[in-house]
Design a protein around this ligand. Sequence first.
Ligand code: GLC
Length: 565
Amino acid sequence: MSTSKILHEANPSAEWWRTAVIYQIYPRSFADGNGDGMGDLIGVTSRLDSLAELGIDAIWFSPFFKSPQKDAGYDISDYRQIDPLFGTNQDFDALIAKAHTLGIKIIVDIVPNHTSDQHAWFQAALTAPEGSPERAYYHFKEGKGKNGELPPNNWFSIFGGPAWTRTTNADGTPGQWYLHLFDSTQPDLNWSNPHVAQEFDDILRFWLAKGVDGFRVDVAHGMVKREGLPDSDSHDATGKEYNISKMAIDEAEKRVPYWGQPGVHDFIRRFRSVVDEFDDRAMCAEASMSPLPRLAMWVRPDEYHQSFNFDYMATPFEPAALKKIVTDSIVEYGKVGASSTWVLSNHDQVRHATRYGYEIEIPKAGDGIGPDYAQPDEAIGLRKARAASAFMLGLPGSSYIYNGEELGLPDHTTLAPEFREDPTFFRTNGERVGRDGCRVPLPWEADATASNGFSATGKSWLPQPANYRVFSRNLQEGVAGSTLELYKRLLKERKAFGMGAGEFRWAEEFEDKNTLAYVNNGVLVLTNFGPEPVVVPAGELLVTTQHDLRLEGELEHDQTVWIKL
Ligand code: GLC
């Protein structure tokens, strides 16, 4: 028997969000109920049963609020209205009611860092004079240079180009500049203005009163900027961004005056106190904070319940690196009483089935893969993706699944430029193709329509690549060995054995340098990273990515097995 120490104690009474499997719906691409080629809420409601069958605990919706859709809905012009593109507020009420009947919780996406430039607050600010209370909702500043012709500081937009845009006064003369860490249509809110915080208290209460079970908080690390908006020291002389995850916390805070500023914690606590007015609700931060001890500060007991573990997502499918990140995550989150989250894909990243199809380094997260780039080895990508998901879903904590990964979907890596919508593509003149490749509508029924059942008319806002047909849900339903059946089985056993809150230790007695093994509540999870096959230990075979596996047979490379010891 092993002496590996227990890293995570069993906690059967854990709150739902500590153990939940949360399925991310990208509303544009999940299911189209009205045939216009754009996913919508009635489409989701009509497909909820299939998510219940999958065995998820909650759904997180990327934004579906009123929006000019310059950044696919992350540019909100009214936080209390569903965008007509996706339906009505009544459609949402019907959706949440049905989801709750099925035992599925609903998490909505709140975007507090910025609004759309079409939001009433920004429109009022534009027409109000300099120094007015309306302008104080945002960051308006005089430009530098003799005539204010230069941006107020040297910050870059995440999507490329400067983070400032100059306004034009009513008389046609050039005016002040406003800050936007993302697109110029996404002005950053000024959180040092108490009115902004009050507005968001009310927005949170509005959705909580509608019965939502929680929030995913967008760009949570960007809300607070250092006073005076000083120049950043985030890029070297060649324009390359420093890796702040390798820096001491206070150095990182100083160099990048818009990420992870200490003042943000006051607002996190404020959000938390609003959410705590209601029973059993939770918040997850999108905080690109690294290293883990820095991120763990965001999930202290009176702050966020969860934060995405992006360091895990960025870890290659490789045993030593994975072992380290899993250990560090459980330990660091554990120190503040939080549970870790695990995630492999989302709407901003190349899907893991595509990432793992490369042996070369691929463009950084968010830059995407286009037709001019080397193409992935799809078969190996899918094989590793399945093994990686089976490894992830046995870990204690909460796991996120991005819609379509349960089908094994890859990115669309040859999307033609005329279909691109991501602002990254336009702000870099196509140099970074952006995130559209991971946002393509899902295939439901092969050949049912031109979009494989995504919409009854065959329309789809981004075209599916030819290879999506074979991933259609109906071709996988009930088919032994399919990725869909694999996910169903993983979620079922995960629940049956209480692995979300289980007692976890590495099972070094089953490991060598090409394998990883852990035991969670009596279930051995073993992944073989290859190249040689390994003998499967004795026990009861619960689930495997290798369809033809037999007990005491051989587990091939890039496969995972769950065994009840
Ligand atoms: C987050 C979202 C991303 C969006 C950005 C600006 O990173 O996940 O999709 O573009 O924030 O809101």
